[in-house]
Every structure is written in structure tokens, then in C-alpha cells.
Design a protein around this ligand. Structure first.
Ligand code: FAD
Length: 402
């Protein structure tokens, strides 16, 4: 299964797998350096928000589920709670009109309160095997997949009884009443895109778990090829969706170029360090402009476009809320980072016109946490592709041994 390398065009994008492969190493190196800089490594999150959908009792007691928070004194002054609370936040009605076609309530994400929660240093809390599994984890994934039930598109599915092949691999208890069919031409494109985004994220998380996993017998850490085969490589479409998510995020970064280039990254007090952050980001943006060829214009067209878009947005917002139901702090941390990163990309692609993206008219368009999440999520995805290369090598070596 690992020998199979997806080739040709990546569906719904104008990019192919080979193009992404050709830039993976360079992109990974730049992103890896970038996410270690002070601007990109500190992320604030509220770890104690209650699960809004069900009573969550499944807290993971494994040591690996815990995270280390950072004392505020280590954080640059202007990001501290006291400084942030001075910034006037929209109260009550969040529908703040900004220049261009954009309203604050157009967010695809429930962001944690800027002044609540703890800072974590993402580099000290790597996404890897934690032991979080069982009913709690399954319930969260099930809830996320079930969010792809678009009322409007049910109309298109009346004549279809089949299920999505990806979801068919879910235990019966997980699929419930789902009637999705990923391969069915009658299914609307938006629903397929929703499924790909989620499945790609799931596959990327699984890739990280399998690449940095703990041997339960010896306690040693390292990659587990069999884990990767059974969770990802045995379902080639899952791997393809990691590429799909990568192109989606690259396209968002490319569209954000003027905004990201004008953003204030000063974090260290050292001109040289901040200049290094800016230079690395410029390289990432360059690659994004060349290969980030996701065609957002093919989505949300036709007579019901606005209703469908509103549903899509609502569903993805729910996914970001479902993260409060993840019963393992480290998994919740990375779940929040990555769903916020994807939500930011969706907002950039589907809600913002060129005027809204103009840093001069909208200098406060994105919160720092959105910029940090976007870049860290892109790093996760590209890191997964990098890890896949390791698994391919392991597979090839195994073939020689056998
Ligand atoms: P799961 O990964 O739980 O999947 C459940 C079912 O979904 C599978 O049986 C399969 O049929 C289907 N499925 C699996 N992958 C896909 C896919 N890509 N596309 C479509 N269908 C699929 N664990 C850690 O060790 N470290 C972490 O950092 C971590 N982060 C997590 C973050 C979130 C948001 C969540 C919900 C869970 C996280 N977990 C983490 C738990 C981890 O994702 C698994 O749930 C756990 O390892 C149990 O795996 P499993 O083999 O039972 O299948």
C-alpha cells in the first residue's frame, strides 16, 4: 500500500501530487524553522471550556495527554492578558462591518476569548501518540463526520442509498444515519469537499501518531509502519486528502500575501530574529503562490449558493466547538490549532474579497491566533507528507528484507 504514490491532478484543485512532492522538502524546512520562532510558537487557548454537545467524562489520564503551559512572564508584553484586555473587543452583536465584503460573524471558527486561557509553547508539546482512544475519541470523530449533513444537499441525494466508501469503513455504530456517498456524482461538490477536509485532517493526525508512537512493550518511541498502513495507507484516498488540505491552505496563504507581508511579527525585541521570521515566511508565501492552486471559485455557485455556504460555515464552526469535547489536553490543543487553521483558510477563500484582504483598509482582519494557527496547520500537513516519505522508505526496505 505504501508503494502506491498518488499521481496526477488532485481533485477539485488545479494542482497535481507531483508538484506538491517537488516542493515538500523545501517547504517543510522553511515551515519547520518558522514555527520555532517566538511569533509562531506561542498559542493561547482556553483548555477548560465545557463540551457544549454532551457530558464529556472521558479524560485521558496518560502522562502523554498532558501539556506544559507557559508563564505569562515569558510572553512578549503586548500579547499578555492585561494588554489584550485594553483592546476593544466587539461586544454583544458580533456582526461588525469591516471594509469590503466581510463581517466578523463570517468566521468559520469559534475563537477562544483573547484574554482567557493559557499560553502554550507548541514546540514543547509535539503532536504524537498519547494513548487517547476508545469511546471518547470515537465519539468526537463521529460527531465531526456527522457535521457534513447538509440539509439542502439532501435534496440531491434522494435517489441515492449508497454510503461514502471512507465512512463505510467506520464501525456501524459510528456511521449511524449517515447517507453520504463520496463517489456519487449526484452529491454536491461542497459536501465532498467538507468530507475531504475532515478526512485529510484525520489522516494527518493519524500519520503523526504513527510516526511518533510509543512501543507499549519496550517504551521506546519511533515510527510504526504497520500503524500507518492500517490507518492511512490502506485507504489511498485518505493520503490524497492530506495533499488536498495542503493545497487548500497554500492557496489561503497565497491569497493572504499582502496581508501577511504587512503583518507585525515583532516578538523578540531583536531586529535580526524578527527579520529571520519575515524572511522565512516570505519563502513560504513564494511557494504557496506557485503551487497553491486550489480553485475556490468552483464552490458555492448556483441558486442555493448562499444557503449552502451558510450551512458549510455553521458546520465547520461546530467542528471547532467539538474540540472542547476532546478528552486529552494535548489532542485538544492540536485539534484547536488545526481546526482554527483550516477555518481561517476557509474564511480567506470563501468570505473575503480583495478589498477585505487589503491590509491598509483592514489591518485587524485576522487575530494573531488565526495567523499562528494557519501557519502551524500548514506545517502539520507538510510534516505529514514528509513523514509519508519516511514510511515509503521503510516500506521499500521491508520489501528488500522480505
Ligand atoms: P480513529 O482514528 O479513532 O478513527 C475512528 C474510525 O474512523 C476508524 O475506525 C476508521 O473507520 C475511520 N477513519 C479513520 N481515519 C479516517 C480518515 N482519515 N478518513 C475517514 N475515516 C477515517 N491520539 C493521539 O495519540 N495523539 C493525538 O495527538 C491525538 N489527537 C486527536 C485529536 C482529535 C481532534 C481527536 C478526535 C482524536 C485525537 N487522537 C489523538 C485520538 C486518535 O485520533 C484516534 O481516535 C485514536 O488513536 C484511536 O484510533 P482508532 O484506530 O480507534 O481510529
Amino acid at each position: 500500500a505504501c508503494k502506491q504514490f498518488p499521481t496526477g491532478p488532485i481533485e477539485t484543485t488545479q494542482c497535481d501530487f507531483e508538484t506538491i512532492e517537488s516542493v515538500t522538502d523545501e517547504l517543510y524546512n522553511d515551515l519547520h524553522t518558522l514555527v520555532e520562532t517566538p511569533f509562531f510558537k506561542y498559542f493561547r487557548l482556553d483548555l477548560y471550556r465545557e463540551c457544549p454537545f454532551w457530558q464529556e467524562n472521558g479524560f485521558c489520564m496518560n502522562r502523554e495527554c498532558g501539556i506544559t503551559t507557559v508563564d505569562e512572564s515569558e510572553i512578549p508584553d503586548r500579547w499578555r492578558a492585561a494588554a489584550l484586555s485594553k483592546i476593544e473587543m466587539p461586544k454583544g452583536d458580533q456582526r461588525t462591518v469591516l471594509p469590503g465584503c466581510y463581517y466578523r460573524d463570517s468566521d468559520y471558527c469559534f475563537l477562544d476569548d483573547l484574554t482567557e486561557g493559557d499560553y502554550v509553547d507548541l514546540t514543547l508539546n509535539p503532536e504524537r501518540f498519547t494513548g487517547y482512544a476508545g469511546d471518547s475519541a470515537r465519539r468526537v470523530w463521529k460527531a465531526i463526520y456527522e457535521e457534513n449533513c447538509f440539509g439542502l444537499s439532501e435534496l440531491n441525494l434522494l435517489s441515492s442509498n449508497s454510503r461514502n466508501p471512507g465512512l463505510a469503513s467506520l464501525p456501524e455504530s459510528m456511521t449511524g444515519a449517515l447517507t453520504v456517498d463520496g463517489e456519487d456524482a449526484k452529491e454536491c461538490l461542497e459536501r465532498r469537499v467538507y468530507y475531504k477536509i475532515v478526512s485529510g485532517l484525520h489522516a494527518s493526525i493519524s500519520t503523526h501518531i504513527c510516526h511518533d508512537t510509543m512501543n507499549q512493550t519496550t517504551g521506546a518511541w519511533g515510527p510504526d509502519l504497520q500503524c500507518f498502513i492500517s490507518r492511512v495507507a490502506a485507504y489511498p484516498e485518505r493520503l490524497e486528502y492530506i495533499y488536498f488540505d495542503t493545497v487548500l491552505l497554500l492557496r489561503a496563504v497565497a491569497r493572504l500575501e499582502p496581508y501577511l507581508s504587512a503583518y507585525d511579527y515583532c516578538a523578540t525585541g531583536s531586529h535580526e530574529d524578527d527579520a529571520e521570521t519575515i524572511a522565512r515566511l516570505a519563502k513560504v508565501i513564494d511557494v504557496a503562490r506557485t503551487v497553491g492552486r486550489f480553485d475556490e471559485s468552483v464552490l458555492f455557485r448556483g441558486e442555493n449558493a448562499n444557503v449552502l455556504k451558510a450551512e458549510f460555515k455553521e458546520h465547520f464552526r461546530n467542528v471547532t466547538r467539538i474540540m472542547d469535547c476532546v478528552g486529552c489536553d494535548k489532542c485538544r490543543l492540536w485539534g484547536k490549532v488545526q481546526t482554527t487553521g483550516i477555518a481561517t483558510a476557509l474564511k480567506v477563500l470563501f468570505e473575503l474579497d480583495e478589498k477585505a484582504l487589503d491590509p491598509k483598509s483592514n489591518s485587524n482582519l485576522l487575530q494573531r491566533s488565526e495567523v499562528v494557527a494557519l501557519i502551524n496547520t500548514l506545517h502539520r500537513l507538510v510534516e505529514s507528507l514528509h513523514m509519508v516519505q519516511d514510511f515509503r522508505r521503510m516500506w521499500a526496505e521491508k520489501g528488500i528484507e522480505d
